[in-house]
Ligand binder design. Structure first.
Ligand SMILES: Nc1ncnc2c1ncn2[C@@H]1O[C@H](COP(=O)(O)OP(=O)(O)OP(=O)(O)O)[C@@H](O)[C@H]1O
Length: 269
């Protein structure tokens, strides 16, 4: 008789890196290779993804969310290859994703929207009400949870988007420009949430706001023209800049110095 599987056999595989890309290429549209030979390993922590317009950040995040399939190279999430050949359901259950633009039914209340996303993520039915309540509380929307989505301001809609991304307690959380439209107080609160989430989650946050990265991320990934330009601590990135580099803060100057070294002009039109 075959022995029953042990708890270790059926527990989710633990791995040093939640995300591992090796010479990864991803296309945006038919022709453009927007991620062009990326090798990168990311574990638990808040990783700030910086790069100029068109660098390939959104394309990378879409590949990590398993929305886009790699064109070449290897991408592993939780040690499982996501080349499109296998069943990705168990991987997707462990991902939270806030796209730059996300769809929702305007007549849904915030609670209904987040509940719906929890159901799509296959959160066990009995756990959904508490998971939704916790998610809306974490983004400061508990008092608006029973209002319809169409009655919310742009910043509140984005906070509802963050709530749906965290409702399944993801092991990998992907946030594409999450602070767009947030007022200063909410941005501060978001930074705290990011720090909190980064303690036990692999968070990748794409942003143009270098200060958000400085305040909330333990690791910075700079991406330009589909390629990795830098990965390291915010402190080391700041040290790469000098007084002659453009920017309002040491980190911005370090970022500018790196981009000009890689042939990119930060902020050039
Ligand atoms: N559907 C598409 N068809 C063709 N090219 C595309 C498509 N989507 C994106 N691109 C191109 O791929 C490159 C990377 O785009 P992407 O949106 O990933 O960059 P990004 O770093 O997120 O930019 P931004 O900071 O402006 O949001 C750009 O050159 C863009 O023009």
């Amino acid at each position: 008789m075959t022995p029953a599987p042990s708890a270790a056999d059926i527990a989710p595989k633990t791995c040093a890196w939640e995300i591992r890309a090796t010479d990864l290429k991803v296309r945006a549209g038919r022709r453009k290779t927007a991620v062009d030979g990326l090798s990168l390993s990311l574990g638990t922590g808040a990783h700030g993804l910086l790069g100029p317009n068109g660098a390939g950040k959104t394309t990378l995040i879409r590949a990590l969310a398993t929305v886009l399939r790699p064109a070449a190279g290897e991408l592993e999430l939780f040690g499982t290859s996501v080349d499109g050949a296998g069943d990705l359901r168990s991987v997707r259950r462990r991902i939270g994703y806030l796209p730059q633009e996300f769809g929702y039914y305007k007549r849904f209340t915030v609670r209904e929207f987040v509940e719906y996303m929890a159901w799509l993520k296959e959160v066990p039915k009995a756990d959904i009400p508490a998971a939704v309540q916790r998610a809306v509380e974490r983004v400061g929307l508990a008092d608006r949870a029973d209002e319809r989505m169409k009655a919310l301001s742009g910043g509140m809609v984005r906070r509802a988007g963050i709530a749906q991304a965290i409702v399944n307690d993801p092991a990998v959380l992907l946030l594409d420009e999450p602070t767009v439209g947030l007022d200063p107080a909410q941005r501060m609160r978001f930074r705290e949430l990011l720090q909190e989430l980064g303690r036990d989650t692999c968070v990748v946050v794409s942003t143009h706001l270098v200060e958000d990265v400085a305040a909330a991320c333990s690791d910075v990934v700079v991406f330009a023209d589909g390629r990795l330009v830098y990965q390291g601590t915010p402190r080391d990135l700041a040290a790469a800049g000098g007084p002659e580099d453009p920017g309002d803060s040491p980190l911005e100057r370090g970022y500018s110095a790196l981009l000009s070294g890689s042939g990119q002009e930060r902020g050039a039109w």
